[in-house]
Design a protein around this ligand. Structure first.
Ligand SMILES: *Cc1c(COP(=O)(O)O)cnc(C)c1O
Length: 459
């Protein structure tokens, strides 16, 4: 059969948007390790999780068996406002690189929040509303998650309290204003409005905050306020589940043209976009139906997969959250100022951690200046101004395509372009002025983080 000419953009039609999420865990032989109660070191039960999270989301978090979960009609309707997202054949980038590789990217930046995070925000807000809650609390680092959640909450008329890492609050005033425009209240973290915030400030006066601190504050407010629950934009199993729409759409679009990727690449902060993009492909790999090379790309300044330890750790700095088994740098690790704010988390999704541990995927780390070189190249030839986070995936995709140029192999590469970078112009400015630096933690820096890992006896 002659190969069909692949269009620049492959769109699905509205009826081809998935009506079910795919739950990768159902096909994993080694399931991700359960969340543990830090007091008893026993797996968290639904009852223990429900003061913190919405009931339906707790059920999804603990569901390791159902491969498909229906997407409620209201969520499907909301998805129609900005989905399906385009799958783009990067013809211009291929030409610029003079590579025989075929490059595709799934673009998730086509909504006001500017990233894939809306896919899970709308689901989490929906379940909170359905439970009759007044509102939700959360943290945001770079601001994409807070923005997505404030959009989702305004759609369902829920109150939204966002703790924003102080350094971002000050550096990204426009993100903050987008959130406020959608009705959210935004507090710089650490703050004096919570007990844990006061404690962190007393111990580290003048700290500019971290995601781990902001999580502790948001959780405290959720569990002490009637009618509120906490929601998280990455790392958790439920978030990967919601993000499976990315991979399901990408696979459906490629299948239309009989295209099978050889290599699938995504940036990894907490692992949600990567987990979502690879979900149906990894499912085939786990079931032995197909094989793919899957690569997680992280910043060299926050290398959870490539230099972290696979161990139980706290998800937050204040140690109020359950323990998760994951690749981690230690909850006390505060990464150096890196411009990819969304990739600065100390840990990694338990699901992806298990898959990585079992050899189903690879990981690589890249330095900031080479990431911005890739971002600039991509912006100039493909037109889209990428988020710094997404540009980690671009960097790795370009590197793989250049390897194909060396060997003459016509590999097919699929990568996730998670968002746009319009709020990251301070970072681009640094790059354009030649003032960007690379920071790689030394082994001693990392040892400090590992020293704070809780001592959990292996079963
Ligand atoms: C948050 C974010 C990421 C990283 O988060 P994951 O959970 O690892 O997907 C990547 N890209 C963008 C644009 C983000 O906003």
């Amino acid at each position: 059969m002659a190969e069909k000419k692949i269009p620049y953009k492959i769109y699905l039609n509205e009826n081809e948007i998935p009506s079910k999420w795919y739950n990768l865990r159902a096909d994993m032989k080694n399931k991700p390790a359960p969340l543990l109660n830090p007091a008893t070191l026993k797996p968290m039960t639904a009852e223990e999780l429900s003061p913190v999270f919405c009931e339906e989301l707790v059920a999804q978090e603990l569901n390791n068996t159902d491969a498909y979960i229906d997407i409620p009609q209201e969520i499907q309707d909301f998805y129609k406002m900005y989905r399906p997202s385009p799958l783009i054949r990067a013809y211009f980038l291929e030409k610029a690189l003079d590579t025989p590789a075929k490059i595709y990217y799934k673009f998730e930046g086509n909504n006001t929040s500017g990233s894939h995070k809306l896919n899970s925000a709308i689901a989490q807000a929906y379940y909170a509303k359905k439970q009759g809650l007044k509102g939700v609390t959360t943290e945001t680092g770079a601001g994409q998650w807070g923005t997505a959640l404030s959009m989702a909450c305004s759609y369902f008329d829920l109150d939204c309290k966002v703790f924003m890492v102080k350094v971002s609050y000050e550096q990204k005033p426009f993100r903050r204003e987008v959130m406020r425009t959608y009705g959210a209240s935004v507090t710089p973290s650490p703050s004096l409005t919570t007990e844990v915030g006061k404690k962190i400030l007393a111990e580290h006066p003048g700290t500019t905050g971290s995601l781990g601190c902001a999580i502790s504050e948001a959780v405290e407010v959720a569990v002490t306020s009637e009618g509120y629950r906490y929601v998280l934009g990455s790392v958790l199993n439920q978030v990967l589940l919601h993000q499976s729409v990315i991979g399901l759409e990408a696979k459906a679009a490629l299948d239309k043209y009989g295209v099978k990727p050889d290599i699938i690449i995504g940036c990894a902060g907490g692992g949600s976009n990567l987990g979502g993009l690879i979900a149906p492909f990894m499912g085939e790999k786990l079931r032995g139906e197909a094989d793919y090379r899957i690569i997680a790309v992280e910043p060299a300044s926050c290398p959870s997969f490539t230099r972290g330890k696979f161990a139980y750790d706290f998800c937050d700095t204040g140690m109020v959250c359950p323990l998760a088994k994951m690749y981690t740098l230690g909850s006390g690790f505060i990464p150096s100022a890196n411009h990819a704010g969304g990739l600065r988390y100390h840990g990694m999704s338990s699901t992806l951690s298990q898959l990585y541990h079992d050899g189903y995927m690879e990981a690589t780390s890249v330095e900031q200046t080479s990431v911005f070189e890739a971002a600039e190249k991509f912006a100039r030839v493909e037109g889209i101004l990428p988020a710094p986070e997404s540009s980690h995936a671009i960097r790795a995709a370009i590197d793989e395509a250049l390897k194909c140029k060396e060997t003459g192999e016509e590999k097919t590469i699929l990568f996730g372009l998670t968002g746009t970078g319009y709020f990251d112009m301070v970072a681009y400015e640094k790059y354009n002025d030649g003032e960007m630096t690379d920071y790689i933690p030394t082994d001693e820096d990392l040892e400090k983080g590992f020293a704070g890992l809780p001592n959990i006896p292996e079963e």
